[in-house]
Design a protein around this ligand. Structure first.
Ligand code: GCW
Length: 685
């Protein structure tokens, strides 16, 4: 049965018309390696699926053979060898080239790269291309690509007891109880899926980390996972808890400037590298949401990050230091709950140029917290001397878990394309992490992977993992193109399915924004679980966790004033952007209430009042949820029964919950504003 386990690597039989020149033999040149073995195995598996017959492994090319060769192993009988060598010079360590060529007179498909990892990526790229409805024959496929970022990682928020923070897809895939001697074959399938996208790193455990992860037993478990992932070009990283040596009672303090502490971390790093020689490094959440950190000792983030960085530097390891911070609990209790949106920038910008070379600062896409829509974080482009990692959340903590269908491609693209105007010229967020203005950074995605049969809790949530990986490889890829690729491989290249499904995906995230948090509203979800509406909540431990703190709705109006009259968060953007966001008239309506507090009768560009517009958007979101549900019903002839039914049930539930969101939100805002429902709007059921 189709339960989604195979993800987008289904390799369905190709229609007869598309089989011409599809190779039935594989030739791998040069010394063998585990990575080449992985590429060969994938090609075998895929060609068997697509042609119904196992391909031969040959040592001499024949017509249409697929040939894998590193630049150094290009054979003498290859007609285009010198051109291929030239092209490879531009493709770096991970890039690949796919070309039709002649080898000893036989027309073949050549996959070439500078490294084995490149060959693996090239093989996957060629397989993907073969399955797309592009109309290209197998003998016409020509590809050349290399990643824009060296660091493309997943962050698992997986705990050591196998629960997953913000995970909606079952327990952690890492079976910590059984590791290191029992290896679930799922780890290999996980590696294949990631390698098919070019993801080259994974942080195994939650950023809310426990000290035990650095004990010998867990290091051995992590090493066992690293052994499985290594042939697929994936390095393992660990999240570490700042106070680990203190909690293990092996030091008297966790002060980063204490030599005993630094020595402990250095020894620990040496110990890790003895078992995981290519260990990637540490990810740290410090002084954030109750986590310990260097500020506990009156040191700053750079003091902390650099101390760890020096421990891993001799092994070429890195430290990924998160910038997700807010005002201290003392400040918050003292009523100084200044705008949470300004904290990251305020605390980190003064530290630009204070970080060691192997520290990267990891910044969430927006300044609050993975909301359905946020403006790009103002830190992007503001720290040119520090490499920044973009952190996206793939798991849908604030967008309806694995129940609601929301394809996040347009959201990630919106952030990456945001023009910071830093330096008074076009400088997108993507440019800033790619080093076009300062140092090259990386990209991280909080995984939505668990041990559910479908990996991601729902079939459509697989598209978010897929999309993240593709955008991590190339931030210029269009989210619609990626959606098409995914749907073609996951369901079918049949246009009768592909066109409607891709359209549905492309509208889905905006639908969620509309029924949950239209016009720039945010952080109004139910406390702690974050599922469902709770704009009325005002009694949480921290003022800046309360929904009412964010929407500020009252008799007179609604919204958060982030202009100079308010928190002045706008001033953290470049002057040009700041000017645009400072004026409600030039603020895009999607972000209006993020930056402004406005009267209910404020006149929108649409001609409606703010109140009418708000209600219209809620209604529109619900209508979109209904439309998606109806559209999917029409897909029944094109999708297998199990995946069809699973998706249909989720869409029905999404529609119910969209109405819940709209009705609860509107009822609450009516209550605080005293306004009647605008004329022409359907009364909540
Ligand atoms: O979005 C919030 C989540 C927390 C998470 C935190 C973070 C891992 O609600 O569950 O903790 O962000 O990013 O650190």
């Amino acid at each position: 049965a189709e339960d989604g386990y195979q993800l987008w690597l289904r390799y369905q039989p190709l229609p007869a018309a598309q089989r011409a020149h599809v190779p039935d033999s594989i030739l791998v040149l040069g010394a063998d390696s585990p990575t080449k073995g992985a590429a060969r195995a994938e090609l075998q598996r895929a060609l068997l699926g697509m042609l119904g017959k196992a391909p031969g492994i040959v040592d001499k090319a024949r017509l249409d053979t697929i040939v894998l060769a590193r630049g150094a192993d290009l054979p003498a009988g290859l007609d285009t060898a010198s051109a291929v060598r030239d092209e490879l010079k531009k493709l770096g360590d991970e890039g690949y080239l796919v070309r039709r060529a002649k080898l000893n007179g036989a027309a073949v498909t050549l996959v070439a790269a500078n490294t084995d990892a490149g060959l693996l990526y090239g093989s996957f790229a060629w397989l993907r291309e073969l399955q797309l409805p592009s109309g290209k024959g197998a003998d016409r496929i020509a590809l050349a690509s290399s990643p824009t970022l060296p660091l493309r990682v997943l962050n698992h928020w997986d705990n050591l007891d196998r629960s997953v923070e913000r995970g909606y897809a079952g327990e952690s895939i890492w079976n910590w109880w059984e590791l290191p001697n029992i290896i679930d074959p799922r780890y290999t399938d996980y590696a294949r899926a990631n390698a098919s996208l070019g993801i080259n790193g994974t942080v195994l455990n939650n950023v809310n980390s426990k000290a035990e992860v650095l004990g010998a037993p867990f290091i051995a478990k992590a090493a066992a996972i690293a052994d499985v992932l290594r042939p697929y070009g994936i390095r393992v990283y660990l999240s570490v808890r700042w106070s680990t040596p203190l909690e293990m009672k092996q030091t008297k303090t966790a002060d980063p400037l204490d030599p005993e502490v630094a020595a402990w971390w250095k020894n620990k790093a040496d110990e890790i590298y003895r078992t995981i020689p290519d260990f990637g490094g540490f990810l740290v959440k410090a002084n954030s949401e109750g986590q310990p950190g260097p500020q506990d000792y009156r040191r700053n983030h750079a003091d902390g990050a650099n101390m760890l960085a020096r421990a891993v530097a001799p092994h070429k390891g890195i430290v990924m230091w998160r910038a997700f911070v807010y005002a201290s609990p003392e400040e918050s209790k003292a009523g100084k709950a200044h705008d949470r949106a300004v904290e990251g920038y305020d605390q980190f910008i003064p530290l630009d140029c204070k970080f060691d070379d192997n520290v990267l600062v990891q910044v969430k896409n927006g300044a609050i917290d993975f909301q359905p829509r946020e403006p790009a974080h103002p830190m992007f482009g503001a720290m040119p001397k520090t490499p920044l990692i973009m952190e996206f959340q793939i798991t849908k903590e604030y967008l309806g878990f694995a129940t609601h269908l929301a394809y996040l491609g347009p959201m990630f693209q919106e952030t990456l394309e945001f023009d910071t105007r830093i330096g008074g010229r076009k400088l997108t967020v993507a440019d800033t992490i790619q080093g076009k203005q300062g140092r090259v950074g990386g990209i991280a995605g909080v995984a939505n992977i668990g041990s559910s049969r479908s990996w991601s809790g729902s079939i459509f949530d697989q598209s978010n993992w897929y999309m993240y990986g593709r955008m991590a490889w190339d931030q210029g890829l269009d989210s619609r193109v990626i959606a098409r690729e995914w749907a073609a491989q996951t369901f079918s290249p049949d246009a009768r399915l592909l066109d409607p499904v891709v359209n549905m995906m492309m509208r889905s995230r905006e639908a969620v924004v509309d029924y949950m948090t239209p016009l720039g509203l945010n952080h109004v979800m139910g406390s702690s679980h974050h599922h469902g509406p709770a704009p009325w909540v005002d009694n949480l431990e921290r003022a800046d966790w309360n929904p009412i703190y964010y929407h500020r709705a009252g008799r007179d109006g609604i919204g958060f004033d982030r202009t100079a009259k308010g928190s002045n968060a706008v001033a953290q953007y470049s002057p040009e952007v700041a000017r645009r966001f400072a004026d409600p008239k030039t603020t895009p309506p999607e972000l209006l209430l993020w930056f402004h507090r406005l009267p209910w009768d404020y006149r929108m560009a649409s001609g409606r009042t703010l109140w009418e517009e708000l209600v219209t958007r809620y209604d529109h979101g619900v209508a979109e949820a209904a439309a998606m549900q109806a559209e999917w019903q029409r897909m029944k002839p094109f999708v297998d029964a199990q995946r069809f039914a699973d998706t249909a049930q989720r869409l029905a539930q999404q529609h119910v919950e969209a109405q819940w969101w709209r009705d609860a939100s509107i009822a609450y805002f009516q209550d605080v504003s005293g306004l009647p429902l605008p004329a022409g709007v359907r009364k909540p059921a």
